[in-house]
Design a protein around this ligand. Structure first.
Ligand code: GLV
Ligand code: MN
Ligand code: MN
Length: 436
């Protein structure tokens, strides 16, 4: 059982064990553990131990069914919004000034157990904790599961929250396709959701007074400070760019090297250029996904399509990195007779979380500001639905310590005691914001 702070392999990645003999009769973590255990097998690949919960897939629908069951088991009012995001309400959904918490349940390919689900499971567990405390709610409270946060299937992250916030047009959403050519509306329809309703949802967002997302940290800052929980300050600007290198398919066994127009070589040089540019500027640049045509062992490729993910602390640095990578790629392509197209597929500007809400969280977690040690405030290079919503709604994030910092991997991990501390911190925050 992963109660320690060392990293776990796939066997431990599903997380903490449920309550057992010899434990306290009730702790904030116990309802968390029971839910965690129930959700753990859903969409988990038996060999990699990683999660493949892609938007609108069977695994995603199982996660959604789990969310609905949790809502109904607690007598919450369950609904899906016009973009397929799930909501579980305590109090009147129409009253306004609601306190909303939640995260996402989808995953990257072979993702970890915690990225997303930690926030959703902790939200239900925090509500249970508030009931245990006998809290009296003065504002409506909702728990959410935002759809397609990772963008693993259709290439664009945070589709559910972007649509709601009007940061993705309906026309662009209709153009999203997965690797098999299935469009987003077709996938939604096949999953039993009506794609005809997707679009901006300003009335819903106007009913939210505060959104707080709890998330596993995707770095080691909290491990280094020795704190189980931190508060987010900002999200780096980031985006995804598609590089299409087109050459000429030919026989691998008969085409002289001098006669080849091999886009794989240009792609490889570009990957190295991305690394170089990132090192020069202190930014991040990653080619983590590639598609090759015709994808035959004995054929020179006709097309290599690579996706650049780049992030930096500020916009100017991000621009410099991406411009540098593109400039290098064009030089290499021209020299080798390769055609190159570069398309920006998504972009999220820098997010600075609202200072007033952030300060309020710090005050709550620090016991009024006059006791204990300050809660660390940290920035992140990872994208989140909270970042998207922050343009429309006062938004804050809590991070839970990740002892290795590993994320987007089956080895992603958080210790049981830290998950419990996260639930308690979220309960404190929700009590401070939504209760008398
Ligand atoms: C989402 O986790 C992202 O940062 O890409
Ligand atoms: Mn993620
Ligand atoms: Mn996430």
């Amino acid at each position: 059982m992963p109660t320690g702070t060392s990293g776990q392999g796939p066997a431990g990645a599903a997380g903490p064990t449920p309550p057992g003999p010899g434990r306290q009769p009730w702790r904030a973590g116990d309802s968390f553990l029971a839910m965690w255990r129930e959700l753990a097998p859903v969409g988990r690949h038996p060999e990699s131990g990683g999660y493949r919960r892609y938007a609108w897939s069977a695994a995603d629908l199982d996660c959604r069914a789990w969310f609905r069951a949790q809502a109904e088991a607690r007598g919450l009012t369950y609904e899906t919004d016009r973009n397929g995001n799930q909501w579980a309400w305590l109090g009147d959904p129409l009253a306004g000034d609601a306190v909303v918490t939640g995260s996402h349940l989808d995953s990257v390919p072979d993702g970890g157990a915690f990225d997303g689900p930690l926030g959703v499971v902790s939200s239900f567990a925090a509500l249970d904790e508030l009931h245990r405390r006998g809290a009296e709610f003065t504002r409506p409270l909702a728990i959410t599961n935002f759809g397609d946060e990772e963008g693993a299937r259709f290439g664009l992250a945070c589709v559910g929250s972007r649509l709601a916030a009007g940061q993705l047009t309906v026309a662009d959403a209709h153009r999203l396709r997965d690797a098999d050519g299935t469009t987003l509306p077709a996938a939604m329809e096949a999953a039993g959701y009506d794609p005809g309703t997707i679009g901006p949802d300003p009335e819903r967002l106007a009913r939210i007074g505060a959104f707080v997302e709890l998330h596993v940290e995707q770095g080691r800052a909290l491990d280094l400070t020795g704190d189980p929980v931190g508060i987010a300050s900002a999200i780096w600007p980031h985006g995804r760019w598609r590089f299409d290198f087109r050459g000429e398919a030919n026989h691998a066994g008969t085409t002289r090297l001098a006669d080849r127009r091999d886009p794989m070589l240009t792609y490889a040089e570009t990957v190295l250029a991305a690394r170089r540019e990132a090192e020069l500027t202190g930014a991040l640049a990653t080619f983590g996904k590639i598609a090759v045509e015709p994808n035959g062992v004995n054929a020179i490729p006709s097309l290599v399509r690579g996706w650049l993910d780049s992030r930096a602390a500020d916009q100017a640095t991000l621009d410099a990195v991406v411009t540098g990578v593109e400039r290098a790629a064009r030089e290499y392509a021209e020299r080798a007779g390769i055609d190159l197209d570069v398309v920006r597929e998504s972009f999220t500007p820098v997010v600075e979380f609202e200072h007033a809400l952030r300060d309020e969280l710090a005050k709550i977690l620090e016991g009024g500001g006059d006791t204990g040690r300050p809660v660390p405030v940290l920035g992140t290079g990872a994208g989140h639905d909270a970042g998207i919503l922050s343009a429309s709604v006062p938004t804050a994030m809590l991070f839970v310590r990740n002892p290795t910092g590993i994320s987007h991997s089956p080895a992603e991990h958080a210790a049981e005691d830290d998950c419990t501390a996260g639930v308690e911190a979220l309960a404190d925050v929700l009590e401070g914001l939504a209760c008398s």
